[in-house]
Design a protein around this ligand. Structure first.
Ligand code: SF4
Length: 385
C-alpha cells in the first residue's frame, strides 16, 4: 500500500534505531514528549520504545482531545441532553468518558436522554434537517484538526437556514497547551518534569503548519520535530531530536513533509477564523485553566452557540481521586503508576478519560504495552520488510 507500507519497513526502522544508539551521548539522558495521542498510539503499537537506548525516554503528553476535556464540560452536555426538546450529537469515544455521579453520555442515553453518535458534523446537520421540531446540538471537541469541519457545519447551517441547529464548542489549541507545559515543567505542584524536546503533532500541523511552533522552540530552547504517525516517521523524528540536542540547537523541523507545510492550510485557517474567536481562558483536564487556549463561536453567531442559546453552565467537577489522568496528561506519571490501571480500569470499563480512546495513554499502554511484555504484541508489521 503506497505511503503506508514504506513507513512500516521493519528493516529501515531498526536501521534508524541503530543510528539513534550510535548518536546518543551515553553520559546524558534524553527526554522527549510526544504531544499527540496518535504518536503515543504508534509508539505503543509498534513497540518503538523497546528499540530505543535506555537513556532515551518518551513521555506521554496531553494530545488526546477526549482525554483533556474536563468532566464539567461533559456534565454540562448531559444536563443539556436531558432537556426534553434537545438532541445531542457527538462522536463515539466521548460517549464512554466517565463523569460526575457515575454517569457518562452513554449511561445518560440509557436513562432516556436523546444522545446520538455521529461520524461527522454533516450527520448532525442531516438530523437537524430531518427533525425540525428537535433542537439539535453538536458537541464539538478536538484540536485544530477537527475545528474546520465544525466551522463548515455552521456555514452550511446558515446557508440552509437551520434554526434548530447549534454548536457546543470545546475546540482547543495545541500551541497554548505546549506553552503551558513548558512554562511549568520545573515548578508544577505535581512535580517537575524534564523535557529535552518534543514530537510535534502531525494532523494539527496539516492545518496550522509548523510556524506556530517556532516561537515555542525559541522561547523555551527546545527542539520540536513535527512527526508523522507511522513507525518510520516516529523513529526518524526521534533521531532528528537527538541530533538537535547533541548539537545544542532548538529549532522546528518538519519530518512530515508529505502532508505538512510551514504555513499549513490557509483555507482551513480562514474557515476557523471566520467562525471562531479565542476564549479568554479554558479549563483542561490535568493542565488547569490555560489563557487563550480554546475557541468559542464569534458573538455574531450567538444564536448558533449552544452555551448562549440554552444558558449552559459548566459545573465545577472533580476527577475520581484515585485516577492519575491529570499527572499522566502532564507527563509526570506513566499509566502503570496508577493503582487502578489494568485492575478496575481497562478499556472495557474505563475509570478515567485516558483509558477511553485508543489515543489515550492508558488505553494504548494497556492494549499494546502490557501484551507486548507478555510476548503477545501485534508483530505483523515487523514482517513487512
Ligand atoms: S488507569 Fe484509568 S484511572 Fe488510572 S490514570 Fe489511567 S484512565 Fe485514569
Amino acid at each position: 500500500m503506497k505511503y503506508i507500507d514504506e513507513y512500516r519497513d521493519a528493516k529501515l526502522v531498526k536501521d534508524i534505531a541503530r543510528q539513534i544508539e550510535a548518536a546518543v551521548d551515553p553520559a546524558r539522558s534524553y527526554h522527549f514528549m510526544e504531544f499527540c495521542g496518535g504518536h503515543t498510539y504508534a509508539i505503543s503499537r509498534y513497540g518503538l520504545e523497546d528499540l530505543l537506548p535506555s537513556n532515551v525516554q518518551m513521555i506521554h503528553g496531553p494530545g488526546c482531545p477526549i482525554c483533556v476535556l474536563p468532566i464539567g464540560r461533559i456534565d454540562a452536555a448531559i444536563e443539556l441532553a436531558i432537556r426534553p426538546e434537545i438532541t445531542l450529537c457527538t462522536y463515539g469515544d466521548l460517549m464512554r468518558v466517565p463523569c460526575s455521579n457515575g454517569l457518562s453520555l452513554l449511561k445518560a442515553r440509557s436513562a432516556g436522554a436523546d444522545i446520538r453518535m455521529v461520524y461527522s458534523t454533516l450527520d448532525s446537520l442531516s438530523i437537524a434537517e430531518a427533525e425540525p421540531n428537535r433542537q439539535v446540538v453538536f458537541f464539538a471537541i478536538g484540536f485544530e484538526t477537527t475545528t474546520p469541519p465544525t466551522a463548515l457545519a455552521l456555514r452550511f447551517a446558515i446557508a440552509k437556514d437551520l434554526a434548530n441547529f447549534s454548536i457546543f464548542s470545546n475546540h482547543v489549541l495545541t500551541p497554548a497547551a505546549i506553552k503551558t507545559i513548558l512554562e511549568n515543567s520545573d515548578v508544577h505542584p505535581l512535580g517537575p518534569i524534564k523535557i529535552d524536546g518534543l514530537l510535534g503533532p502531525a494532523h494539527v500541523s496539516t492545518v496550522i503548519g509548523t510556524q506556530p511552533f517556532e516561537v515555542l522552540a525559541e522561547e523555551f530552547n527546545k527542539p520540536i520535530v513535527v512527526a508523522g504517525f507511522e513507525p518510520l516517521d516516529v523513529i526518524y523524528s526521534i533521531l532528528m531530536l537527538v541530533r538537535q540536542v547533541n548539537d545544542g540547537v532548538h529549532k522546528v523541523e518538519n519530518q512530515y513533509i508529505r502532508a505538512v507545510t510551514t504555513l499549513g492550510n490557509e483555507k482551513a485557517k480562514c474557515e476557523i477564523a471566520n467562525v471562531f474567536e479565542l476564549r479568554e481562558s479554558f479549563e483542561w483536564r490535568g493542565l488547569g485553566a490555560i489563557p487563550h487556549s480554546a475557541l468559542g463561536l464569534r458573538s455574531k453567531y450567538a444564536k448558533y452557540d449552544a452555551e448562549k442559546r440554552f444558558e449552559m453552565v459548566t459545573p465545577a467537577a472533580q476527577d475520581n481521586p484515585a485516577c492519575e489522568c491529570g499527572a499522566i496528561l502532564r507527563g509526570i506519571k506513566k499509566p502503570s503508576d496508577c493503582k487502578l490501571f489494568g485492575k478496575v480500569c481497562t478499556p472495557d470499563s474505563p475509570m478515567g478519560s485516558c483509558m477511553v480512546s485508543s489515543e489515550g495513554a492508558c488505553a494504548a499502554h494497556w492494549i499494546y504495552g502490557r501484551f507486548r511484555r507478555q510476548g503477545k504484541a501485534d508483530e505483523s508489521w515487523r514482517t513487512v520488510a
